[in-house]
Design a protein around this ligand. Structure first.
Ligand SMILES: Nc1ncnc2c1ncn2[C@@H]1O[C@H](COP(=O)(O)OP(=O)(O)OP(=O)(O)O)[C@@H](O)[C@H]1O
Length: 251
């Protein structure tokens, strides 16, 4: 399997009020194409920072990140925006839909940024992905006319519409009740299996972690464990070596 994400000795620090916060400390990690991987850790451990770096929303203080084999460190902001628009879909815990747009228009929105996709193909994709998430009958509804679970389904359709290699989801079920959250995770998992899209999601919920086939544990900005779920409930863990690879745990 190819590694869709390669992270090499990545650190990210912030300076806030004259104090340096080391949010990520020398992280090395490969993520294989097609996995359903959870980034787990307590609040403030660095999960969102790591997702933002993989999503090219933020850049490392030091180290190197490759997305689909492309080194993102030397890229201009325009090049990064282009890579992001075509390669990465985002799902947020607060859904982040545009309130004045319908479900259809929200899913269409990222496609309007891609001039190579014509009107017909755009329409086909919007309808196709809204059907996949079970909202074929709600295309004209605005976010405030939808339930939380339905809003997150729109966000999933929007993330998938560009047919990205990677979907990044920052605590995608945090604002949903348990039953709805489970249904959203099942849906993401099903899409991961059928479309082979890599899903990378953060969580601090044990039940959400149990749905993953790979687990990266972060504590205080450091990788502390890498896990592979070999059979339901059966995890194999490795302590991350300096050049960690999930393939080591998988083999
Ligand atoms: N823009 C910023 N400026 C200063 N410090 C920041 C910034 N963003 C994050 N941090 C700090 O970096 C550390 C990691 O934050 P991060 O948001 O990645 O954690 P997290 O694991 O996602 O937490 P949570 O589960 O609460 O969302 C924290 O100590 C946080 O305060």
């Amino acid at each position: 399997m190819n590694n869709v994400v390669q992270i090499r000795n990545v650190s990210r620090s912030y300076v806030l009020g004259g104090q340096q916060v080391n949010a990520l400390k020398n992280i090395t990690l490969d993520i294989e194409d097609g996995v359903f991987i959870a980034i787990a850790g307590p609040s403030g451990s660095g999960k969102s920072t790591l997702l933002n770096l993989i999503g090219c929303i933020d850049t490392p203080t030091s180290g190197q990140i490759l997305i689909n084999g492309q080194d993102v460190s030397g890229k201009t902001p325009d090049e990064l925006a282009s890579l992001r628009a075509r390669t990465i879909g985002f799902i947020f815990q607060t859904f982040n839909l545009l309130p004045v747009l319908s479900a259809y228009e929200n899913v269409e929105y990222p496609l309007l940024q891609l001039p190579e996709i014509g009107k017909e193909e755009r329409d086909r994709r919007v309808r196709y992905f809204l059907e996949i998430v079970g909202l074929g009958q709600k295309m004209t509804h605005r976010p405030n006319q939808l339930s939380g679970g339905q809003r997150q389904r729109v966000a999933i359709a929007r993330a998938l519409a560009v047919q990205p290699a990677i979907v990044l989801a920052d605590e995608p079920t945090a604002n949903l009740d348990r039953k709805t959250g489970d249904a959203i995770l099942e849906l993401m998992r099903e899409i991961n299996r059928t479309m082979k899209t890599t899903f990378i999601f953060s969580t601090h919920d044990k039940r959400v972690m149990s749905m993953a086939d790979r687990l990266v544990r972060i504590e205080d900005g450091e990788l502390t464990a890498l896990g592979v779920q070999k059979a339901p409930g059966e995890w194999a863990y490795v302590k991350p070596p300096k050049t960690a690879s999930l393939q080591a745990a998988a083999s």
